[in-house]
Design a protein around this ligand. Structure first.
Ligand SMILES: Cc1cc2nc3c(=O)[nH]c(=O)nc-3n(C[C@H](O)[C@H](O)[C@H](O)COP(=O)(O)O)c2cc1C
Length: 349
């Protein structure tokens, strides 16, 4: 179905729900819709693009290794890059397996002026888990608890924990993680209800979000497969979660926060403008070859907006220089793209 731009604005009740203030630790969020951490995708340039549209409560950075953070100087490989103007709403996600290193990293994050720090207990990619970090720590809940306690003691800014169901498909175990993390000092949880070995193939079990929410008294952000306003409303209503963290849909539609919380109505020309603006911002923050690689990362998610979207990203991947990519964007958007009502999640990885 082709998207009609005369569709009614999202249900008023969704924006009402998302615009209710939420206390997290010693701070108040004005909106309950946040950008989930997205490695390589949620980079400084992409966040500047999202910030231009607004409408979010917080942005979570891509994950940064705790060991590198104390020496980080904004180098692109560390994932530890930010703009001063975004710090008030930016949470830095860190990963590591050593409580002391995580505490030192968290202190630096606080000293730089971030809104808060997020502990990654959810990433299940092999490169992270083989170092006993991310979701691997869900196999060692006592160590995960010690990491959270150490970070809690080290900083006074809000401490978030992002986690998955665990390595067994057991909602009670997920609820138990939530209780343990709250006890260890977390101020808020982001819960992605998939078992760790499932990267993102099977649907997340949203009912487990309700189980975690019932087990704790701190705010819980639900996460996983929220692709349209109806999904978002349903996640909030059926799980009782306090807010929603958006991942891939935000890459497809960086204005989604403004659309759902502020009634922003995108016009068809937004697609071409957004692609060009992202490339411009990537070139501001990165050298050209990295800017190109970061655009490749974004392309399949953005392509999901278009009928026959694979033609968009396969053309983008063929561009081997910034000039070639610019020419492809000019050509692709010279005629209005054929838009889908909701992005095609088959193009999401
Ligand atoms: C490209 C990509 C990178 C990701 N990087 C991170 C990360 O650095 N830290 C993390 O906790 N989760 C990471 N995730 C998981 C997302 O934060 C989120 O939990 C997941 O995509 C499900 O939400 P969604 O269905 O809204 O995309 C990543 C996901 C994707 C697709």
């Amino acid at each position: 179905m082709t998207h009609s731009f005369e569709e009614p604005a999202p249900d008023r009740s969704l924006s009402d729900r998302l615009n209710r203030p939420l206390a997290v630790g010693n701070r108040i969020l004005s909106k309950r819709l946040v950008l989930a951490p997205l490695s390589k995708l949620g980079n400084i340039a992409f966040r500047e693009l999202v910030a231009g549209f607004g409408g979010y409560g917080l942005l979570f950075s891509e994950m940064a290794g705790a060991r590198a953070i104390p020496h980080g100087n904004g180098h692109h490989k560390s994932g530890f890059m930010w703009r001063t103007g975004e710090l008030a709403d930016l949470v830095c996600q860190i990963y590591g397996d050593d409580p002391e290193e995580m505490a030192i990293a968290a202190r630096r994050v606080e000293a730089e002026g971030f809104f808060g720090v997020d502990i990654n207990l959810g990433c299940s990619v092999a490169a992270v888990c083989k170092h006993n970090c991310g979701a691997a720590l869900l196999k060692s809940p006592a160590l995960a608890g010690r990491i959270i306690s150490a970070v809690r003691k080290a900083v006074s800014v809000p401490v978030f924990v992002k986690f998955r169901t665990g390595w067994r498909d057991d909602p009670e175990a997920a609820a138990e993680f939530g209780r343990r993390f709250e006890e260890a000092g977390a101020d808020a949880l982001t819960f992605h209800p998939r078992v760790a070995p499932d990267i993102r193939t099977r649907p997340p079990k949203w009912a487990y979000i309700g189980r975690v929410k019932d087990a704790v008294s701190i705010p819980v952000f639900g996460n996983g497969n929220v692709f349209d306003a109806a999904d978002c409303e349903r996640m909030l209503r059926t799980t009782g979660c306090d807010g929603v963290a958006l991942g891939r849909i935000a890459a497809a539609r960086p204005w989604i926060f403004a659309e759902w919380t502020e009634g922003f109505q995108p016009e068809p020309k937004i697609y071409g403008q957004t692609a060009r603006e992202l490339l411009k911002l990537l070139l501001t923050h990165f050298e050209p070859s990295l800017a190109l690689r970061r655009f490749y990362k974004f392309a399949p998610y953005f392509a999901a907006n278009f009928r026959f979207g694979h033609t968009f990203y396969s053309r983008v991947y063929r561009a081997k220089s910034i000039e070639a990519l610019q020419a492809i964007l000019t050509d692709f958007f010279s005629t209005p793209p054929d838009l889908l009502g909701s992005p095609n999640p088959n193009l999401f990885s």
